[in-house]
Design a binder for this molecule. Sequence first.
Ligand SMILES: Nc1nc2c(ncn2[C@@H]2O[C@H](COP(=O)(O)OP(=O)(O)OP(=O)(O)O)[C@@H](O)[C@H]2O)c(=O)[nH]1
Ligand SMILES: [Zn+2]
Length: 187
Amino acid sequence: MSVDKPRIEAAVREILAAIGEDPDRDGLAETPARVARAYEEIFSGLSRDPADVLSTTFDLDHEELVLVKDIPFYSTCEHHLVPFHGKAAVAYLPGAGGKVTGLSKLARVVELFARRPQVQERLTAQIADSIMDNLDARGVMVVVECEHMCMSMRGIQKPGAQTVTSAVRGQMRTPATRAEVLSLINA
Ligand SMILES: Nc1nc2c(ncn2[C@@H]2O[C@H](COP(=O)(O)OP(=O)(O)OP(=O)(O)O)[C@@H](O)[C@H]2O)c(=O)[nH]1
Ligand SMILES: [Zn+2]
């Protein structure tokens, strides 16, 4: 199901009134509708299934590491509904037989889960689990590095602070494989 735009519009109008603004003044009159359209985009990942994204596969007979790094993305902190943004690196070891997916699909999976209300830990784990499950991968490692606006523009106010999370699955758990992936990510 896609978002309920009339309901978002009514809620945004209510928030504007609650902060002491006039929702009917010129500059704000169209804002509830704009926010509804923006939320439809920002939260579009709620109605999407990673299995569809990862259904494009090729038998390339490639059983070695595949890594796409520096994938930029924006997500929304589910605690404060403000953005967090940064980059993801997605690495996997294809399953026996070398079934791989299109490279862009790895970035599409990042986008899909980022376009939901999120915490960084869950985002990282969901990316890893969806690749592990849908590609029958032997192993997956995902590293995500983000700045959270809720820590920059309000609250503790530490702009520039970076949060790094990782999720490691299957055969990627061995110290040697982890080390290889980390060195490639940081190269
Ligand atoms: N673990 C985790 N925490 C997050 C994430 N995004 C935001 N937070 C934290 O969620 C916490 C919410 O804490 P609360 O005490 O309930 O809310 P708050 O009073 O607004 O907290 P402050 O941000 O410290 O002002 C804060 O510590 C945020 O930094 C995330 O992706 N992962
Ligand atoms: Zn937050």
